[in-house]
Design a protein around this ligand. Structure first.
Ligand code: DOR
Ligand code: ZN
Length: 349
């Protein structure tokens, strides 16, 4: 049975294992939402230009810390963006840095600011070799970019043609299949060798592809990988609420200004950081699995990354609350998921 109205749940403070923070005024606008809810986050490197070196990651980390309001504490866990020019030396420097925790692989052209990503994946095998050697995790945007492949099949085809080979060829490489959206991806991760995990977003747990078209086209429900059929959503909920430590939170909260989403060629990404823990609580409550929430949100990610679990706690209360139409986003506005609708859970401050 779902929890009664007014019920509360307290869990160890979560971390977000997949987050887009952007830079400048956008960074300052979105960072407090994350820092209120999460102690740490894996920060994606797809800035323009991308964060490709340890030195750039260090500078970006400094800008994030400088943008943090004084009353909040938050630790950005940095990543670097794998390109055709990444060197094994940079990988070793990343490992030694103490603040770079992973390397992100975007197939070139797969998503927002991925132009600098990797073409033929075999060309980066020497880098993967170095990552395996120093035990630096590979975070994968798992979609093929071949325009002939149907957009709803791109994750499954990537899994079949690329990821299976990488996981087999580098048996000690830790790999996170990011923001999985399909039954096939969940099945793969569940039965893969040790060292393979997946993040799951709140939006892929809450919505299916019909939600892009209810009553008209819904640009704020467009993200990559794109929402899939209901059967896939159900399999993701099963994986997330299973208590299997291979599956953990990664919001993929991806802020874009309102006018760039409500556009003839709208950007991909949903903004969920403003209520991420609340949205996941809703999913776990609806699945009658609140007892599994802490593992998914707060324990399995640190275990995979070899970091301590947080000691602080957060409390959530089942109480409906309205979501604003938009938030300030530098000189622009940003439209959150559920704008003008309700959340079922609230963060108790
Ligand atoms: O929807 C998405 N938005 N998917 C991604 O992979 C990138 C992200 C972004 O940076 O906007
Ligand atoms: Zn992302």
């Amino acid at each position: 049975m779902p929890a009664a109205a007014g019920a509360t749940i307290t869990i160890l403070k979560p971390d977000d294992w997949h987050l887009h923070l952007r830079d400048g005024a956008a960074l300052a606008a979105v960072l407090p939402h994350t820092a209120e809810r999460f102690a740490r986050a894996i920060v994606m490197p797809n800035l323009k230009p991308p964060v490709t070196t340890v030195a750039e990651a260090e500078a970006y980390r400094g800008r994030i810390i400088a943008a943090l309001p004084p009353h909040l504490t938050f630790e950005p866990l940095m990543t670097i963006y794998l390109t055709g020019s990444t060197t094994p030396d940079e990988i070793r420097r990343a490992r030694q840095s103490g603040f770079v925790h992973a390397v992100k692989l975007y197939p070139a052209g797969a998503t927002t600011n991925s132009e600098a990503g990797v073409g033929a994946l075999a060309s980066i095998y020497p880098i993967l070799e170095a990552m395996q050697e120093v035990d630096l995790p590979l975070l994968v945007h798992g979609e093929v970019t071949d325009a002939r492949v149907d957009v709803f099949d791109r994750e499954r085809v990537f899994l079949e043609t690329e990821l299976t080979a990488i996981v087999a060829k580098f048996p000690a490489l830790r790999v996170v299949f990011e923001h999985i959206t399909t039954r096939e991806a969940a099945d793969f991760v569940e039965s893969a060798r040790p060292g393979v995990a997946a993040t799951i977003t709140a939006h892929h747990l809450l919505m299916n592809r019909n939600d892009m078209f209810t009553g008209g086209i819904r640009p704020h429900h467009y993200c990559l990988p794109v929402l899939k059929r209901e059967q896939h959503r159900q399999r993701l909920v099963e994986a997330a609420t299973s208590g299997n430590a291979r599956f953990f939170v990664g919001t993929d909260s991806a802020p874009h200004a309102k006018h760039t989403k409500e556009n003839a060629c709208g950007c991909a990404g949903m903004y969920t950081a403003f209520a991420a823990t609340e949205l996941y609580a809703e999913v776990f409550d609806a699945a009658d699995a609140l007892d599994k929430l802490q593992g998914f949100m707060s324990e399995f990610g640190p275990r995979f990354y070899g970091l301590p679990v947080n000691t602080a706690k957060v409390m959530l209360k089942k109480e409906r609350i309205a979501v604003p139409a938009d938030f300030a986003f530098g000189d622009e506005r940003i439209v959150p998921l559920r704008a003008g609708e309700n959340l079922e859970w609230q963060l108790v401050r």
